[in-house]
Design a protein around this ligand. Structure first.
Ligand SMILES: O=P(O)(O)OC[C@H]1O[C@H](O)[C@H](O)[C@@H](O)[C@@H]1O
Length: 538
């Protein structure tokens, strides 16, 4: 019902532009949401009062509020895997929270957090020592997907707070990644953390074996355990792999991999910035949880971010969304959001097994500004596809001595959303060409290349400074956005069956590439590629 109303409302908006809507002096304040000192401005979109009402009705009809409370209570809303979805518990200071199968989850969460703190602070103070004495100077976190992208992103984001050992992230099974990382490190002063929820992921286990051998060569088999730790929900497997249980930080199956940064998977971050900062990061996530549960309708930031997403993708039909942080330290945010959003909502089957009524979530992509401006913004401004842009920017930077550079950064961010909205008409372009002395057909030809259609939507999320607490709020904001969009689409945002097939085929192809099995059963293209590799290696 609401989909139809939304689509017909969109059609009826006709030629009304964002610039027209902004003629209303109250629009900027009326079409933005504040959460404490964070501001989300969506006034530079085509969402008008009626569209917003219809979107809020859509969320109501989909049962977002009910589902949200079911999630926080620990109900098994990940129905295809029969699991609860409780990453929010990892940042809940308690004392009471969700229960799973009748058991309170917070005591276990807090115990693990305390153990992480003891270990991390031990490494930072030198109490936890390498086998040959001295201090651990470097930590290598081996993991992939959810066991890598979040903490690696947050590590860069919180660079101004690093005062512990250096932390490196290795993910790719390409041996180049671990090779180049270890090349600069000393095994005598390096601790390796193996991060894998399942402790079966082939890339991680392969890199972990490589790192283990590297340690063993330097410090000997007996001592290797003193330089290893593991983060996993498969604690039995970590022991079998040879990691002492005191060095294993476990989490439950109700934490999805791409939602796991708040618990043991965040250990590297805690080591780098310290437990106090890490707890501030958790507090930021919890702030957003409280806001998400308490704020009503259009005052609810994650809800509105999700509804803007639904408007652009499912109502207007724009196939992609660009995430453009004007914040160099958020340079990995787009990659992190690619997993969070696309692995969660890139599905075409609804929870009940039927096909989706509407299109699935969008392609998410992006790069930090201002770099992107000198690369792909051309298409965003003048290409034939509309790309909704999501800007993020801090009012101030961490380098007071470079405040003039930050001012330039912010000016660029604001100017881009203005340019996308406003555009440049043919008349203005003609005038510009006349000023250059052109006239007649050449004036018009040149002017046409300088026209900007405008009316291109964007949103801006602005915050005072990228602190641990603000980062926690931002990540939790996007997690809840994914949740809301998933509920509205009727899909399960917490499974990822779409990654399985490629993994299975890779395992089957390994012996074929090695020449131990015949390629005859493979298709012609795969056979030809196998032939090529066999002919060109060594
Ligand atoms: O943490 P792990 O069990 O090693 O999983 C690592 C990643 O691999 C899988 O392929 C999933 O698609 C991801 O959701 C997951 O984060």
């Amino acid at each position: 019902m609401s989909w139809t109303s939304l689509k017909s409302h969109r059609a009826m908006q006709g030629s009304v532009t964002i610039a027209d809507l902004l003629q209303d002096p109250a629009r900027a304040s009326g079409f933005s949401v504040r959460m404490d000192d964070m501001l989300f401005d969506y006034s530079k979109t085509t969402i008008d009062a009626e569209a917003r009402d219809l979107l809020l009705t859509l969320a109501d009809e989909a049962g977002v509020a009910h589902r949200r409370e079911a999630m926080f209570a620990g109900e098994k809303i990940n129905e295809t895997e029969g699991r609860a979805v409780l990453h929010t518990a990892l940042r809940d200071p308690g004392p009471h929270g969700a229960t799973v199968d009748g058991v309170e989850v917070l005591p276990g969460v807090h115990d693990t957090l305390d153990r992480m703190e003891e270990f991390a602070e031990g490494l930072r103070t030198g109490k936890v020592r390498p086998v040959n004495g001295g201090r651990f100077t470097d930590i290598v976190n081996i993991g992939i997907g959810g066991s890598d992208l979040g903490p690696a992103m947050a590590m860069l984001a919180l660079a101004p707070y690093h005062d512990g050992p250096r932390v490196h992230y290795v993910s790719n099974v390409d041996g180049a990644h671990i090779h180049d990382t270890l090349a600069d490190l000393d095994p005598d002063t390096t601790l390796v953390i193996v991060a894998s929820k399942t402790f079966t992921t082939i890339e991680t286990m392969t890199n972990a074996e490589t790192a283990r051998s590297w340690l063993k060569r330097a410090i000997g088999e007996q001592a290797v355990g003193r330089h290893l730790a593991a983060l996993s929900s498969a604690v039995d497997k970590t022991t079998k792999w040879g990691i002492d249980p005191s060095r294993v930080f476990g989490f439950e199956d109700w934490v999805g991999g791409r939602y796991s940064i708040w618990g043991p998977v965040g250990l590297g971050l805690m080591i780098a910035v310290g437990a106090k900062r890490f707890r501030e990061f958790l507090a930021g996530g919890h702030d957003m949880d409280l806001h998400f549960r308490e704020a009503e309708g259009a005052d609810n930031l994650p809800l509105m971010l999700a509804l803007v997403g639904i408007w652009h993708r499912q109502v207007c039909g724009y196939p992609t969304r660009a995430v453009l942080p004007y914040d160099q330290r958020l340079s990995r945010l787009p990659a992190y959001l690619q997993q969070l959003e696309m692995e969660s909502n890139g599905k075409s089957v609804a929870m009940d097994g039927t096909g989706l009524e509407v299109v699935s979530g969008p392609v998410v992509w992006g790069e930090p500004g201002t770099n992107g401006q000198h690369a792909f913004y051309q298409l965003i401004h003048q290409g034939t596809e509309v790309v909704p842009c999501e800007f993020l920017v801090a009012a101030r930077g961490h380098e007071p001595e470079l405040a003039h550079q930050h001012a330039l950064l912010v000016a660029n961010c604001l100017a881009q959303s203005e340019a996308l909205m406003q555009g440049r008409s043919l008349d203005v372009a003609l005038e510009l060409m006349a000023e250059k002395g052109l006239s007649g057909a050449e004036q018009e030809r040149q002017a046409r290349h300088r026209v900007f259609p405008g009316n291109r939507p964007s949103t801006t999320l602005i915050y005072p400074l990228l602190t641990p607490r603000v980062l926690g709020r931002i990540i939790a904001l996007y997690e809840h956005r994914v949740f809301v969009e998933g509920v509205i689409l009727g899909i399960n945002s917490y499974d990822q069956w779409g990654v399985e097939l490629g993994k299975e085929l890779a395992v089957a192809l390994a012996p074929v590439l090695a020449g131990d099995e015949d390629a005859a059963s493979k298709d012609g293209s795969t056979r030809a590629l196998v032939d090529y590799v066999q002919a060109h290696r060594d």
